[in-house]
Design a protein around this ligand. Structure first.
Ligand code: CTP
Length: 400
């Protein structure tokens, strides 16, 4: 997602500087061009050689040797940056920025840049809780500076509390969020994801291979784009996306209850979950012991969640999924109309790179006007954004 973006990392003098190496690597891995400024104190904790190697660019420190050493006479770092990320940010640098002090390269660039600035504080917990630091951060936040709150845990100084530099995935999410246009602001999106589990005794259940990846990607991308997101998820091994409301469910009936309880407040429903169509008619109170001969489990139909939403749709945008192994477009079109969806995302289970478990998907987007948009194989994050683009456009058309 950071393809073609310039990320300027500012490192100040904190023990957490070692984590910044990983942060730089991740930015590079996601396609960004990364340059780093190290303050004198930062150089006490990490060598410029390490930072230079990881960022694949010269490291900047000295305000006055800049032009001579690096031949960037016309490209000031302040203009280069699409985002400035200060990690770790000490109480000192936060205080300097808040007071308008620009006495070294980093603070000067921050003063001069028009790019968003993301501050990732890391310090001793008592310093972090100091009212001066808190006031400085509140002042900067009010001025539009972005923050990633420090984590809670054991600090280098042995006390336990807030002050640890946030973990790299959290900082990366904040970078992506800061740089994403908020074109879904005002939408309250409910996403369902993952499989459901239908138990027939206390230790066994019927389920499917859904990993939740598509639904989680939709939730994460929608949140980056400014929507308020609720994710109703069946059992999944994935980490909860940050910044969303998360409701864990197990069975289709529990998913139904969670969706219906939240329907009133939503403007968009995306049903990416692989809901089991049937559940065992009875759940044995004790573990079923094996006996001679076959065991028969009677199944009954689960309620169809999306059909019910279709009936109560109002002005909501309703998006469903269809996984098919034959007659993809025809079957998906049938579901779109029968369940009163506005859009259906169809994928062909037989295609390599599509469907459950994979990090990619190959989809067709069908709408009620009979349009069929065919997308090539893509990362599930990109697929999610293409689906969200269509939701945004649909909303714009309705408003007109
Ligand atoms: N769905 C649902 N509740 C169910 C079953 C499915 O809300 N009890 C939703 C899914 O989340 C998906 C859409 O319906 O968005 C289509 O699901 P799918 O299982 O492919 O379709 P079915 O109508 O169940 O058809 P079939 O199983 O016969 O293919």
């Amino acid at each position: 997602m950071l393809e073609g973006k310039n990320v300027l990392i500012g490192m100040t003098g904190g023990i957490a500087a070692y984590k910044t190496g990983e942060l730089i690597r991740e930015c590079v891995r996601r396609g960004a061009d990364v340059k780093a400024i190290m303050t004198d104190h930062a150089r006490e904790f990490m060598t410029p050689m390490t930072v230079q190697t990881l960022s694949r660019n010269p490291v900047f420190s000295d305000m006055f040797s800049l032009i001579k050493d690096y031949d960037i006479a016309h490209i000031s770092l302040a203009e280069y940056a699409d985002i400035v990320v200060i990690a770790p940010a000490t109480a000192n640098v936060i205080g300097k920025i808040a007071s308008g002090i620009a006495d070294d390269l980093l603070t000067t660039v921050i003063m001069a840049t028009r790019a968003p600035v993301l501050i990732c504080p890391a310090m001793n917990m008592h310093m972090y809780e100091n009212p001066i630091v808190q006031e400085n951060m509140a002042r900067l936040a009010a001025l539009g500076y972005h923050f990633v709150e420090p984590g809670y845990g054991e600090l280098a100084c042995k006390v336990t509390g807030p002050g640890r530099l946030a973990e790299v995935p959290e900082i990366m999410e904040a970078i992506e969020t800061t740089m994403t246009e908020k074109d879904l602001a005002g939408e309250r999106i409910l996403v369902t994801a993952g499989p459901t589990r239908e138990p027939f005794d206390p230790v066994r259940f019927i389920s499917n291979h859904s990993s939740g990846k598509m639904g989680y990607a939709l939730a994460a991308m929608a949140r980056r784009r400014g929507a308020q997101v609720t994710l109703v998820s069946g059992p999944s091994a994935l980490a909860q996306p940050v910044g969303i409301r998360f409701i864990a469910v197990s069975t289709a009936v529990e998913m139904w209850d969670a969706v219906m309880a939240n329907l009133e407040r939503t403007t968009v429903v995306i049903k990416a979950a692989a809901v089991a169509d049937y559940r065992p008619a009875e759940v044995a109170p004790n573990k079923i012991k094996k006996k001679e001969g076959p065991l028969t489990i009677k199944l009954v139909r689960n309620p169809d969640i999306i059909s019910e939403i279709g009936k109560r749709k109002g002005n909501r945008i309703l998006v469903g999924f269809a996984m098919e192994s034959e007659n993809l477009v025809e079957n998906a079109k049938g579901k779109l109309l029968a369940k009163k969806m506005d859009m259906i995302i169809a994928n062909d289970l037989t295609q390599e790179g599509a469907g459950f478990q994979t990090d990619t998907n190959i989809i067709k987007i069908l709408d009620r006007d009979g349009r069929v948009e065919e997308l090539p194989i893509m990362d599930k994050g990109d697929v999610a954004n293409r689906i969200l683009d269509r939701i945004r456009d649909m909303r714009a058309t309705r408003k007109r």
